[in-house]
Design a protein around this ligand. Sequence first.
Ligand code: IPM
Ligand code: MN
Length: 352
Amino acid sequence: MKLNIAVLKGDGIGPEVVDQALKVLDAVATKFGHEVKLTEALTGAAAIDAVGNPYPEETHQACMAADAVLFGAIGDPKYDNNPSAPVRPEQGLLEMRKRLGLFANVRPTFTFASLLHKSPLKQERIEGTDFICLRELTGGIYFGDKGRKDDGNTAFDTCIYTREEVIRLAKMGFEYALKRKKKLTLIDKANVLETSRLWRETVQAMEKDYPEVTVEYELVDAAAMRLVQWPKHYDVMITENMFGDIITDEASVIAGSMGLMPSASVGVHTSLFEPIHGSYPQATGKDIANPLATILSLAMMFEYAFNLQDEAKAIRDAVDKSLAEGVVTEDIADGAKAYKTSEVGDWVAQNI
Ligand code: IPM
Ligand code: MN
């Protein structure tokens, strides 16, 4: 099969970890007989530096023309403490999500048998955790009206949702639940927010179309607590943009390292695959960042964008083997020998 992939390495450790996933991609293509076409494009601070725009038109066209996008990370500390920077790398990410119509961010949380002891949570509480959070990605407070008034002394961000936006995300949630343990949890703040009441009312109305799915409604503050007390409770969660941002970072510690969790963003146009960790500037260029989240994001690409399940499994098996045999970076090496980013990439590629 022809695999036409746009590669957006981005900032910080993005280029290093994406390079490892590309080694694995090459190994998979050779083993399974696929032809790969890569188109690299600029994004984030790297794109601001080069052309003054964090999501240049050329990059958008490369994404639109591809079958899938492999994405590294966006962000640069030189913008973090400068609230008045005229253009920020993160704007590129938001614009990309909007223009590609990536309304659902699929973030799985699962554990690795060989890493249970690395989690800050008790082993018996997390063993067997396996859920998916579908975070709405192109609406809510991220995209509503925002601004200043009263000479800059008052600021506002508006959370806004339409019923259609809720329906398309919830539909995806019900469909995931049908393929899994048939349990769906809507996370909201319906005791306070009108948008949350719209979410709740809309999902309640959809329940009758999915009689096999058990639906549960949970307030986000309670969910934040239960997530670390008993994560096995969850199967498929659906939630709005900002709650999903926060809840999925919280969920990522269950597995023991943020460097392990992949994600897929899907919607109207080309789907995008990225590790959930950020640009990790402190590690940039040191060859120490964990490439496994990006490699597992590549596995999700094979599964979601190309429907090639054997290829995805080959990648996951090689990753499991690297964890079991201790071929890992310093974040999970646990006092044992730590391998370099590039060594882990080579090892996983060789074990495809
Ligand atoms: C994420 C990130 C982004 C978000 C930032 C970088 C804008 O935290 O992908 O979760 O908040 O969506
Ligand atoms: Mn986030």
